[in-house]
Design a protein around this ligand. Structure first.
Ligand SMILES: [Zn+2]
Length: 334
């Protein structure tokens, strides 16, 4: 269980496994937003590069370098990550811990590996690295990770082989959440997957947060109430709900768009099963409001998009909220 212990990313895994056996570069870049698994993949790649018998699943886990790696006792891996006291790794540290260390012979492993988090390496630091990554020794490998490629010098990028992440599928993120024993019904977890843009790390963070689950429930109830609310309810109670959650308005909008999407599903397929509490609420609502049409729901979503646009141009928040709620309420009551 080396690469297979990590979820998803079939293409990346197979590339890592084959590069560990037969390299095409001495320097690699794993770039992707936080939460995608850069650190985990970089670690497994490093272990496979150090392993004496790497295979299709990466490191063998049985050889001496693998044992030393697992016991954290190998001198053949150097990790350069966020410094404790400064924003960036000091250039003197880059010179000492990477440039000079690169010429120190490996001891137990097949390759000596450096994992360098470029998010904490300044332009000057990256320049200091250039020569090392351009002409690495035959048994030295640099694995660089970065949350984005904007800060990386073109001269660095041109010297590395980029290893790309694919988008995680919903099932993959769901499996990651379940493997971490995260509680919650499937519907809620699937919504969290979508809200996280299928970023496993972000999904784990969101699902560990009771706040999100609570907000999800509150926004569902709020949206469904709009079908019965009086004008006074909208201007007072519902407006207060949105004003109290103003800092999460983007998230509320995403949840509402998801709710209207699910309403459409039940309008088109009224016999779809509704297992979760959330799905039952939406299903019951569409049964009770049989007059609802897909075009009406589309107009509700348009009202949300208009609301988002008006917030972007700094319209009055309360006014924009009321306009949006009135439009949706009118559609739901038709
Ligand atoms: Zn091994």
């Amino acid at each position: 269980m080396a690469l297979t212990s990590l979820a998803g990313q079939k293409n990346l895994k197979s590339l890592i496994a084959s590069e560990a056996v037969s390299r095409h570069s001495g320097a690699y870049l794993l770039a992707g937003e936080d939460g995608k698994g850069k650190h985990s993949f970089a670690s497994e790649f490093a272990k496979a590069l150090m392993c004496e018998n790497p295979g299709t699943d990466g490191a063998c886990g049985k050889c001496r370098p693998c044992h030393y790696y697992d016991a954290l006792t190998t001198p053949d891996i150097v990790r350069i990550d966020k410094p404790d006291d400064t924003k960036n790794v000091k250039v003197s540290d880059i010179r000492e811990r990477i440039v000079a260390e690169s010429s120190v012979k490996r001891q137990f492993s097949r390759n000596k590996v450096f994992i360098i988090n470029l998010d904490y390496v300044s332009v000057e630091g990256q320049n200091a690295l250039l020569k090392s990554i351009e002409e690495p020794l035959s048994d030295v490998v640099y694995i660089m990770i970065a949350s984005g490629t904007d800060r990386i010098l073109a001269t660095v990028r041109s010297r590395v082989m980029e290893l790309k992440f694919d988008r995680y599928t919903e099932d993959e993120v769901m499996n990651i959440l379940k493997s971490k024993n995260i509680e919650g019904d499937d519907e809620t977890l699937r919504m969290i997957c979508a809200m996280s843009s299928y970023n496993p790390g972000r999904a784990v963070m969101m699902s560990a947060d009771d706040f999100f689950i609570g907000l999800n429930r509150d926004v569902t109830d709020f949206t469904l109430r709009l079908a019965d609310d009086s004008l006074t309810d909208i201007l007072c109670t519902e407006n207060t709900f949105l004003a109290d959650n103003k800092q999460n308005v983007d998230l509320i909008l995403e949840i509402m768009i998801k709710i209207f999407g699910d309403m459409t599903k039940y309008i088109v397929y009224p016999d779809l099963p509704s297992k979760t509490e959330y799905a039952k609420k939406i299903h019951k609502f569409t049964v009770r409001h049989r007059q609802l049409s897909r075009s009406g729901i589309d107009r509700c979503v348009t009202a949300l998009i208009d609301f988002k646009k008006s917030l972007e141009v700094n319209s009055n928040f309360d006014g924009a909220c009321c306009a949006m709620m009135l439009k949706i309420s009118k559609e739901l009551k038709k």
